[in-house]
Design a binder for this molecule. Structure first.
Ligand code: BG6
Length: 508
């Protein structure tokens, strides 16, 4: 019986691990932090889980005087320090045999010829089949040079029967105009289905679980609308400062760094309608539709806030203020905190505010989506009975402590009718034995498999800039960010912004 005629067989097949076929990955920007802390460990973890083909090959391209062995040593150290899974000598040996290094700068034709020869050699000795993904983990100003070099040296065109793909890291532009320019540059060389834009939040298990929670269950969706929801809070708080990333961060700031991408993607997944399937095109349709319905507040001064961290205390030690950090202009007006109220003009969400906030050097690291429900329309209890009762809430804990919390009122045991908030918790760590893969493991594997579901399309990226641009322009023209002490929950103006609406931020 063929598998198409046998639904049981189909179901079993889908449960088999998805393993990449013959392939290799070339990383530009291989000496950067992202590569060392995330990409190299993710590749090892994939190999360790048996999800890469035996001949998988990794090519680093950078301006370093390295031999293949030096590069393999760098990957080795990164893996030992940052990999999620245990180190196994036999896995490492097989993986490291396919590591090559190509020294050079981006406009060096000889280096790209060398890259071409390296790939041809790997096709022969490792059986990579001509299937290569090029990971551009480099500042966008270098995109035009690198993609045109790939074209010129015949690397972007897949030989018959094989594939070539480009993986593009954020920041994808710094406003709508630059994002459009970058899209045009990339699409001059690569077809749309060859391009994979990374938003690593979409690779997180908890973020994909938003769709499972909403669309695989019946008990949430009936409440998921203006009839029951009072407002939604999306928080991405970090306790770290900008570390060694002054060059990237200054002049960019928190809203461009994470609201334009991660937080607007979270908003889209939380607010969109059910897609007709879980494939890239269907997801794009729904995400784009809801992003197109996003409305900015009429008064940007009242309903957006930006802040900048000043010196303070964090984890028991004194930390510097943003403008005292190494490499930062002492007069910098860059925001390290941003909060805003967005509306969604559609039948489901009209009148329901979506509050977004993010910041560095806040009280603790936490990302969550809190759907806060309206109070009961009528209460048969005395007001004294419900003094300690808040609003019902469903909180998707993206990280850390991944899980979902539902908050509701319960009677306190005793002779009186006293009702207080309690919580019901689902924690990944308790329900599942396997730890969640890192976002980059999932996303790199998806690229090798050609699965584009979890990658934002250019239309979403451009629409997100369209939402953010007027806010950035307003901020540029009006004053400076409000200072907040490191280790606190951001500027007072952000609390005032919610207080004016009769609400308050959650203190996770
Ligand atoms: C990146 C931002 O996209 O996300 C960083 O550029 C931020 O500034 C990081 O620190 C946070 O990622 P995660 O997965 O630790 O929440």
């Amino acid at each position: 019986m063929n598998s198409a005629a046998n639904p049981l067989r189909d179901a079993e097949d889908r449960r088999l691990p998805r393993i990449a076929g013959p392939s290799g990955l070339v990383i530009f920007g291989v000496t950067g932090d992202l590569s060392r802390k995330k990409l190299m460990p993710a590749i090892y973890d994939l190999a360790n889980r048996g999800l890469l083909p035996p001949g998988f090959s990794l090519v680093g391209f950078a301006r370093r005087d390295w031999e293949n062995e030096d590069f393999a040593q760098v990957v080795h150290d990164a893996v030992r320090e940052h990999a999620r899974t245990e180190f196994r000598e036999e896995v490492w040996r097989q993986l490291s045999e396919g590591m090559r290094f190509v020294p050079g700068v981006f406009d060096d034709d000889d280096a790209f010829e060398n890259l071409r020869a390296t790939i041809e050699d790997l096709n022969k000795c490792r059986g990579t089949g001509g299937n290569y993904a090029f990971y551009l983990s480099i500042p966008p100003k270098f995109f035009p040079t690198v993609v045109s070099q790939l074209k010129r040296h015949g690397l972007s065109d897949a030989p018959e029967g094989s594939w070539r793909r480009a993986i593009i890291e954020k920041p994808f532009g710094h406003d709508l105009t630059s994002a459009r320019e970058l899209n045009a540059v990339v699409h001059e060389v690569f077809q749309p289905d060859q391009v994979f834009r990374i938003d690593h939040y979409l690779g997180k298990e908890t973020v994909q679980n938003i769709l499972a929670l909403r669309f695989a269950n019946t008990m949430f969706e009936p409440l998921w609308n203006r009839g029951y929801v009072d407002h939604v809070q999306i928080t991405m708080a970090e306790d770290i400062g900008i570390g060694g990333r002054a060059g990237y961060y200054d002049g960019i700031g928190s809203a461009r760094d994470v609201i334009q991408n991660h937080l607007l993607q979270l908003l889209a997944l939380t607010a969109m309608e059910e897609p007709s399937s879980f494939d890239a095109r269907a997801l794009l349709t729904e995400k784009l539709k809801v992003l197109n319905s996003v409305r900015l507040p009429a008064d940007l001064g009242l309903h957006t806030v930006r802040g900048q961290y000043a010196a303070g205390w964090q984890g028991g030690r004194k930390v510097l203020g943003y403008t005292e950090e190494e490499g930062i202009d002492p007069h910098s007006r860059t925001d390290t905190y941003a909060a805003m109220r967005l509306g969604i003009d559609n039948r489901r969400w009209a009148g329901v505010p979506f509050y977004l906030r993010t910041g560095k050097r806040l009280g603790r690291r936490v990302t969550e989506i809190a759907v806060v429900f309206q109070r009961a329309p009528h209460s048969p209890f005395d007001t004294t009975d419900t003094q300690e009762l808040g609003q019902n809430a469903l909180v998707i804990r993206v990280q850390p402590d991944e899980g979902i919390t539902i908050r509701f009122g319960s009677k306190v045991p005793g002779t009186q009718m006293e009702i207080r908030d309690v919580t019901m918790d689902f924690a990944y760590g308790e329900s599942f034995t396997e730890s969640s893969p890192e976002a980059y493991e999932r996303l790199i594997l998806d690229v090798l498999l050609g699965d584009a579901n979890l990658f934002p399309r250019p239309q979403e990226v451009e629409r997100s800039w369209e939402i953010l641009d007027p806010i950035e322009e307003y901020w540029d023209a009006h004053g400076t960010p409000e200072p907040y002490a490191a280790g606190t929950w951001g500027p007072a103006a952000a609390d005032e912004m919610l207080a004016r609406d009769g609400r308050s931020w959650r203190r996770p």
